[in-house]
Ligand binder design. Structure first.
Ligand code: X2X
Length: 360
């Protein structure tokens, strides 16, 4: 009998100890409740302007949280095995903590983000800023919240330009049959089919190999990608048609974000905004009448290695084409049917909101 009681007491003690351990795991003592490393996904490499911005974010977070929050960037979508469209799901379910990511890559999960991919809809940096800082930006962050993501800041990849190794593109006809690598988000296939090209979906990691091997004739990306990847090694022709824009968003998984104390949230949000201002300026440098070069110098003490990306591509032997107003119109008309299919998917209300923001 005594023996049995002893056993029971021992059992109770072990259960208590077990509970204590489990409790400690779930609710660690204050001060020790941060992960050793917060994983951040970034689709491109560290030497792209986008990658430099992501690194800056991690540095600023460390600084502003006195080393309590350590973000490790995983470049080239390494955490996703290159599957660049998977970032929003992985962050929402907490497998990855945060992202410095393209709206294009999140658009399959958050269809509202396709607003930036409507061809020839947003035509200036000013219009883009009006949308991001206006009601459109707010609504997109709300849509992200619904999917378990907290949007922290708007950074940028830039207006996307088309390059190829076959011929100069000035008119929609010039694209006939051209095999172009496009990003996996479906609106891109629709746009290029509409133009008579032969688009093929590929992750960015595979795309670079495809350029090297000449498997595709061309691709589309902003100068902030074209220059680091040295696109002139593969493509001689670039058309600067600014046909759509690719913003980046710095975002965090909501479940984990909500558990952070307010001072940590504030520090991370500030770091996101500051890094985004820097990163946007990198991507716009030489494309906005000196404004971004000034921001980089005065606010960040940063001297741009390539202050004039267009002249630089020409120096590297590329034929860089800017469209006449008439040619631009031809592209605009040719891609217009894409709106019939995509505005309903994006939401007519958001489309109108974006137009109103741009008219401010
Ligand atoms: O895949 C691309 O083209 C890139 C690098 O621009 C994006 O991640 C959207």
């Amino acid at each position: 009998m005594m023996k049995g009681m002893k056993k029971t007491r021992q059992g109770a003690v072990s259960i208590l100890v077990l509970f204590g351990v489990l409790f400690g795991l779930v609710f660690p003592a204050a001060g020790a409740d941060f992960k050793k490393e917060y994983k951040m996904t970034v689709n491109v490499g560290p030497n792209f302007y986008w990658g430099i911005g992501a690194t800056k974010f991690a540095e600023l977070v460390k600084e502003k949280t006195d080393g309590r929050i350590n973000i490790k960037p995983y470049f080239g979508s390494a955490l996703l095995k290159g599957a660049q469209l998977k970032s929003p799901q992985m962050v929402a379910n907490g497998i990855i903590d945060c992202a410095y990511e393209s709206t294009i890559n999140a658009a399959p999960v958050i269809p509202e983000m396709n607003i930036f991919s409507l061809p020839f809809f947003i035509n200036t940096f000013e219009n883009l800023d009006q949308m991001e800082n206006g009601e459109t930006g707010k609504k997109i962050f709300e849509a992200m919240d619904q999917k378990g993501l907290v949007g922290l800041a708007w950074a940028e990849n830039g207006f996307r330009q088309v390059t190829n190794s076959v011929r100069e593109i000035k008119r929609p006809e010039d694209m006939k049959g051209m095999r172009l690598r496009v990003v996996g988000s479906p609106i891109f296939i629709d746009i290029f089919r509409q133009l008579g090209a032969d688009p093929v979906n590929m992750n960015w990691g595979d795309a670079q190999t495809a350029f090297q091997q000449g498997v595709v004739d061309g691709q589309e990306n902003p100068v902030g990608v074209l220059i680091p990847v040295q696109i002139w090694q593969y493509h001689q022709y670039a058309t600067l048609w600014n046909y759509l824009v690719d913003p980046l968003i710095v975002y965090w998984g909501k479940r984990e974000w909500d558990k952070f104390p307010a001072d940590i949230q504030k520090a991370i949000a500030e770091a996101a905004k500051e890094s985004a201002r820097f990163e946007k300026a990198l991507c716009r440098a030489g494309l906005d009448d000196g404004e971004s070069l000034r921001i980089l110098k005065e606010e960040f003490n940063y001297e741009m290695a390539v202050p004039d990306p267009i002249a630089y591509m020409e120096e590297k032997g590329m034929k860089v084409t800017q469209l006449s107003e008439e040619d631009r119109q031809a592209f605009e008309e040719a891609t217009r049917p894409v709106y019939d299919k995509w505005v309903p998917k994006i939401g007519k209300a958001l489309y109108e909101t974006a137009r109103a923001d741009m008219a401010e």
